[in-house]
Design a binder for this molecule. Structure first.
Ligand SMILES: [Zn+2]
Length: 347
């Protein structure tokens, strides 16, 4: 699950429009910002302009929009008319937030939409809509371009439209503010899907999987806490993180040394400090976490602080599991929690 065939195999598959690979992987075309099924009949992009994804969800949260021609959101046949209606709704205004009320006014039961999307696309309709909304801003970061470098003809309606999408997600970019006075965000590919990382000149302040539900709220907290403009870019902190992550995913790094800053309430900070003390390759229960934080009866509160951790992996909230041995929750998805624990166990 969520693993891809080799790049050679995928390149051959899409160049030959091999229909047997539909649903196995999706390809994003960097030059157009569109993602396709392997069997798409459109003109084949050059392999160097292509990146591959295991799920439509990953492609969306990497900033790609579904191809109109091969309709990659419909691998399981043509979707029912009401689903097509919802997809069109988001297509027309990807920047808008679609609420349950908007769905209901179209005569569609939001619960039914949630179930259909979950079953067929592996994400709720809200997640799809969020992916499309954040996608534009994320693409900017993924391409590593500064806002001022964005030009027409890159698959966006206009420069200002792009800036608007970015602003909606990250707040107002600076005019000529010095980059050292900004919070820089960058894109990091990982075997578990793309991550977004943010840092000041001195500290790492954000590391999250891009499809995480809480991400919107995390950006807002960061804007409030640091009172700095957020702009795409990289610096020494982010480069150090990228290097350390690469080693971590290969099972070759047990302790991150990149400097961290994680403002929060005193209780949250206590919990996050405790998380950092859990040794690599081990787990503790939510009860033990509450205990370590000096509040033995506050396991629910400890669990909630755990879930608000903004520094995935480096503050190892994935090392907290249920007492009964079950994995418990994870903001980045349970399959990722499982994989992280497996990596640390050398599996
Ligand atoms: Zn296509």
């Amino acid at each position: 699950m969520h693993t891809l065939p080799s790049r050679t195999v995928m390149e051959r598959a899409y160049l030959q429009s091999d229909v047997t690979y539909d649903g196995v992987f999706y390809l994003g075309v960097r030059t157009t910002g569109i993602f396709c099924k392997p069997s798409c009949g459109a003109r084949k992009p050059l392999p160097k302009n292509v990146e591959f994804f295991a799920t439509t969800r990953e492609a969306l949260f990497a900033g790609y929009r579904p191809c109109k021609r091969c309709a990659p959101m419909s691998t399981a046949g043509t979707p029912p008319a009401w689903v097509a209606d919802l997809l069109t709704l988001v297509d027309r205004a990807p920047d808008a937030r679609v609420r349950d009320g908007d769905i209901r006014t179209r005569g569609i039961d939001p619960a039914r939409a949630r179930r259909y999307f979950q079953k067929n696309y592996g994400m709720t309709f809200q997640a799809y809509s969020r992916g499309r909304r954040l996608g534009k801003a994320f693409e900017q970061i993924r391409l590593g371009k500064r806002l001022d470098d964005v030009t027409l003809g890159h698959g966006y309606e206009s420069h200002s439209g792009f800036r608007e999408a970015f602003t909606k997600t990250f707040g107002n970019p600076p005019g000529r503010a010095h980059r050292s006075a900004c919070l820089l965000v960058t894109w990091i590919e990982s075997p578990l899907g793309p991550l977004i990382a943010g840092a000041t000149q001195d500290h790492l302040v954000l590391l999250e999987f891009t499809d995480r539900r809480m991400l919107d709220a995390q950006f807002m907290t960061l804007r409030r806490a640091f009172k700095r403009p957020i702009v795409p870019g990289t610096n020494a902190i982010l480069r150090q993180l990228t290097d350390e992550l690469a080693l971590y995913f290969r099972g070759k790094l047990k302790k991150f040394t990149v400097p961290l800053a994680y403002p929060g309430s005193p209780f949250q900070q206590k919990v996050w400090d405790e998380l950092r003390r859990i040794p690599y390759g081990t787990t503790i229960s939510y009860e033990e976490l509450a205990d370590h934080a000096g509040t033995p009866h506050a396991q629910r509160a400890a669990g909630s602080a755990n879930g608000k951790n903004r520094l995935a992996i480096v503050i190892p909230c994935h090392r907290v599991v249920n007492k009964n041995g079950k994995l418990g929750g994870y903001g980045g998805g349970l399959w990722r929690k499982q994989r992280l624990l497996e990596i640390e166990q050398g599996l």
